[in-house]
Design a protein around this ligand. Structure first.
Ligand SMILES: N[C@@H](CCC(=O)N[C@@H](CS)C(=O)NCC(=O)O)C(=O)O
Length: 209
């Protein structure tokens, strides 16, 4: 069983947990307390010199970056390729959504909320505008679409569900974006591991209280 270093509240960790559930892989979950600096200890740095969670160690093979782990789990353990189809065009759209999630959508969350939550800094209205524009983009991608990339659930939906649910617990109004809202309500029903994701979101919510 692969070791999985994580925290339940962490959005990228949650997306890996949902992906593992979707492919039927059991993870040997190992909590890593970032506040206590466990990620900076030499034994963890030996595994992941970048000291981030999620980190997977599968039979001695260490991997980090949640979206890379998602793809690895599907390619190595998926019974079908449905979560990450081999078709180059389908895969390209999924990759686009994954990079959008990492570089634009989740980044806008980090830029706006992290300084407030972790450094008690005031809200930056310019950073908030970037969130709104990221949601507008996502809303456009989802026009007439039940899923984020193509016509069935993929790792892109899973990564985006982890991010969007994090926005929800932060109090961001998702319902203003009709296509996102519709996709998200459906995704809550069809994404394996949604309940565990939501439980983790509620852990993360404590930072906002
Ligand atoms: N892009 C990375 C982000 C990982 C990340 O920043 N994780 C945070 C927790 S949510 C972390 O490990 N922070 C500790 C550190 O960077 O030292 C991914 O998707 O895996």
């Amino acid at each position: 069983m692969a070791d999985f270093y994580y925290l339940p509240g962490s959005s990228p960790c949650r997306s890996v947990i949902m992906t593992a559930k979707a492919v039927g892989v059991e993870l040997n979950k190992k909590l890593l307390n970032l506040q206590a600096g466990e990620h900076l200890k030499p034994e963890f740095l030996k595994i992941n010199p970048q000291h981030t969670i999620p980190t997977l160690v599968d039979n001695g093979f260490a991997l980090w970056e949640s979206r890379a782990i998602q793809v690895y789990l599907v390619e190595k353990y998926g019974k079908t390729d449905s979560l990450y189809p081999k078709c180059p065009k389908k895969r390209a759209v999924i990759n686009q959504r994954l990079y959008f999630d990492m570089g634009t959508l989740y980044q806008s969350f980090a830029n706006y909320y992290y300084p407030q939550v972790f450094a008690k800094a005031p809200a930056d209205p310019e950073a908030f505008k970037k969130i709104e524009s990221a949601f507008e983009f996502l809303n456009t991608f989802l026009e007439g679409q039940e899923y984020a990339a193509g016509d069935s659930l993929t790792v892109a939906d899973i990564a985006l569900v982890a991010s969007v649910s994090t926005f929800e617990v932060a109090g961001f109004e998702i319902s203003k974006y009709a296509n996102v809202n519709k996709w998200y309500e459906n995704a809550k029903k069809v994404t394996p591991g949604w309940e565990e994701n939501w439980a983790g979101c509620l852990e993360f919510k404590k930072y906002f209280e």
